[in-house]
Design a protein around this ligand. Structure first.
Ligand SMILES: O=C(O)CCC(=O)C(=O)O
Ligand SMILES: [Fe+2]
Length: 259
């Protein structure tokens, strides 16, 4: 049965005071966590659903720099700009998630979209036009990790479904650079990658919603330890309608290209 959004979540996202305090937290910390965003029953339904689709996941193991750009000959091979970082994970896409999934109810809900839009100071938020990019479920099994990086998008919305026995920790350093000013913050980035600048940790439990501004805050997810796979949902929106991920990015991230 397709449930209504308000039967799926257990926090007052239409309440003015809740919105104001959430917004304040996001602005101060660069990240907002809402523990127990989902009802407990819904978390266990979604874990079952994620597990049943795990065999469809497309696995990638890639190296990239922290800026997620191609290397540049402007800098020496061993310069921090060209430093190669490893990321590996599996991923399923919007079209592989059932239409009656709670994930689609949440993602498409006007109440939810308005809540997020309000927090990130956008008038409205729109789905991706391509059939892959709007909702992704990420799988990180033993040893898989997301290396240090800055996001290309100004914000990300995630929902943890299953937490591994060890590792899978979201670490971040707030406001490392100012992307508006083409600021690369080489010295700070190098200290983070070398481990001499200690990051903050985001405490995330299954059912926690996270809104994270990752364009200027450098972050990573440490390798999963143990045989319980980390399941994480990513909800991606655009500030204008009709946006598709480029065909080359579709191929890289999802292993296929939409018709
Ligand atoms: O897995 C996470 O918690 C964060 C994911 C992330 O940083 C990304 O997809 O860019
Ligand atoms: Fe990220």
């Amino acid at each position: 049965m397709i449930k209504d959004l308000l039967e799926i979540i257990s926090c007052p996202i239409e309440d003015r005071d809740f919105v104001i305090s959430s917004k304040k937290k996001l602005e101060e910390d660069g990240a907002l966590t809402i523990p127990d965003f989902l009802n407990k029953r819904v978390v266990s339904d979604l874990v079952k659903e994620a597990k049943s689709h795990q065999h469809l996941a497309f696995y990638t193991k890639s190296t990239h720099n922290v800026y997620l750009t191609p290397n540049s000959q402007e800098y020496a091979e061993d310069h921090i700009f060209n430093r190669q970082i490893i990321s590996s994970k599996g991923c399923i896409t919007t079209d592989q998630i059932p239409n009656n999934s709670h994930l689609k109810t949440i993602y498409k809900s006007d109440i939810f979209k308005n809540f997020i839009a309000n927090l990130v100071n956008e008038k409205a938020l729109y789905e991706y036009e391509d059939p892959f990019s709007s909702i992704n479920v990420h799988y990180a099994s033993e040893g898989q990790e997301l290396g240090w990086h800055f996001d290309n998008s100004s914000f990300a919305v995630t929902l943890l479904l299953q937490k591994p026995k060890g590792g899978g920790v979201f670490e971040y350093v707030k406001d490392v650079r100012d992307s508006e000013k083409a600021d690369f913050a080489f010295e700070k980035v190098e200290r983070i990658v070398e481990g001499t600048l200690k990051p903050s940790i985001l405490e995330i439990q299954p059912g926690t919603l996270v809104l994270f501004k990752g364009k200027n805050s450098m972050h990573r997810v440490t390798p999963t330890i143990g045989d319980l796979t980390r399941y994480l949902v990513v909800f991606a929106y655009n500030s204008k309608p009709g946006v598709s991920l480029s065909k080359s990015a579709q191929k890289t991230f999802y292993g296929r290209i939409a018709e």
